[in-house]
Write a protein that binds this ligand. Sequence first.
Ligand code: PRX
Length: 682
Amino acid sequence: MREADSVSEIREADVSEAEIAVHWREEPRIDPPADFVAQATVRDRRLFATLSGNDFPEGFRSYADLLQWDHPYDQVLDQSNPPFYRWFSGGRLNASVNTIDRHLGSARDRVAYYFVPESESEPITALTYGELASRVNRLAGILRNRFGLAAGDRVTIHLPMVPELPIAMLACARLGVIHSVVFSGFSGKACGTRIVDSGSRLLLTMDGYSRNGQWLDHKIKADEAFEAAASSGVTLDGVAVFERYPGRYRSASPLRPGRDVALTPLLTHGSDHDIAPASLESNHGLFIMYSSGTTGQPKGCLHGIGGYLAWVTATSRYVLDLKPDDVYWCMADIGWITGHSYIVYGPLSIGATSVIYEGVPNFPDAGRPWRIAEKLGVRILHTSPTAIRALRREGADAPSRYHPPLRLLATVGEPIEPETWHWYYSEIGHGKAVVVDTYWQTETGGHLLATLPGIEPMKPGSAGPALPGIEAAIYDETGNRLKPGAKRAGILVIERPWPGLMLGIWNDPERFRATYFEPLRRGAHKDRWLYCTHDAATQSSDGYFRILGRTDDVINVAGHRLGSKEIESAALNVAAVAEAAVIPFPDPVKGHLPLLFVATKPGTASPKGVARSVERAVIEAIGPIARPKAVLVVEDLPKTRSGKIMRRVLRAIATGGDPGDTTTLANPESVEAIRKEVGRSL
Ligand code: PRX
């Protein structure tokens, strides 16, 4: 990124006081319930005394100690090539050993996962750590022997919420194969793009699955993904297909001989030999997770083994208060980073029991999550504000009928407004469970901001202070560090590396530096490597942060990141569309929905037809999650004299805000026309 761009980025990020004023007011702090405190893992901040000040980075030895190493590390932190930090360098370990094998002594028969099918008439199944080990080894054997995969190769996994998903991830991890999981709701095309970028050799998929009471054919997406990748020059060695019900293949797309491989017979008749885990250097790649950002292509966030695993293990233990004898349910999808860190790697590393639920939370009714939680004895629940809002809206009384033994309620992905927070606390937790709002990002591997549940009071609407070892601060548009309580918004910045920070962007080291570190490398900070979160935030005098939202072109829909550029380029694929601009539009349940404005080429007859085609194109390119709230067809989009589309003006018009002085636009008359269209359509 050039200097000029980075400066303008920070300026645009400056969130006005007006915007903060419409945000909720500061809430009083609430002490965690006494019963929770009495049993909390962290009851004393002294546990973290070594993580601050001069003990950095040596203090993080205690985090590495949470793992089992084949060979000790030489250096806690190699900072010789910033911002490419390397944690626990020289150490060797394997992620599948840390999540499975090390529990096989005393906890072989402990349940690792309960699998809850969406249909309530299907039984819940339990997979012990011993069974998980045998299924992971079998699949690892197939990946190695049948497909010839070895450490450093990449595999794309496009699977729904079924136990085969973590099994596939861990089989890759056992061999040192880097997995790239694509959210099952993403389209075949989106999966294809990610296959190309990661240079994957194999695609792991499934015939289909149930969602919202419907059977979804999933294998057809693999065909699209294969074709999309092939047309971009990447031909997979094969497509390996699981069956949702082994032995009963249920996709309309037949297996293609020579390309598709049915996994059921191989898994059923395969040998049960253990596959020796690869002993890998701490900074070997564990996985790639694609995330949307400022420019067109999603970027592949590459996480390593040692630092990442230490961070998610520590935060599962200290922030989620997860213990080996807990039943824990994170309702996120494993296809997103939350599921990677807090359904797979963190909880398994601790040796806890987790729930994997196939379907949507409110199927067949909004009481379902509470029935599941009661039946399985869930003590720790982790979900998103969107899910809480939806469950509250559809079944505000439902939780009162069930009594799961909940003691901690976590939330992630978007700001939680106090009203929703209070419902979560009072109705779901009956005031007896502590609420933990966790703020972090795909890039950060695990939590950055949260209250330590046993020692720090909760504050509805605030994510909380920085975790031990995280040096967080707010910087204003000129690069000044704001003091806590400054009552001004700025960019949330992390001033020092931490073990969970990703290794870099797959295939694009320069972009890693430019996106996260260049924006603040100027003036007094020109020699520093400050991590820019691209989130606007404020910090109260008590040190608690309140997140206001993304400052780049990312739209947060139901806690999921969608890139504006990806949505706009999908719209531009429709022949009649000349220009497209998308903005986040507030939604009472999902936080925001994409609202698309398109200008058509001269002579286009049917605006309705164009709108429909654009909606279809967006869903086909990304998936139903990106379905726009509306597609507004207009003659012209507001532009600066240099031709830049003014999304801020569109946002103001759509949300009834003040678009500011529009007379300096190249086409000020466009504003009135858009206002009329907004009035007609929204
Ligand atoms: O804007 C912040 C928001 O989600 C973004 C990260 O999205 P993603 O990489 O998909 O990871 C989601 C799960 C960690 C952030 O930049 N965000 C995440 N958690 C919170 C949040 N906003 C407010 N409060 C949170 N607790």
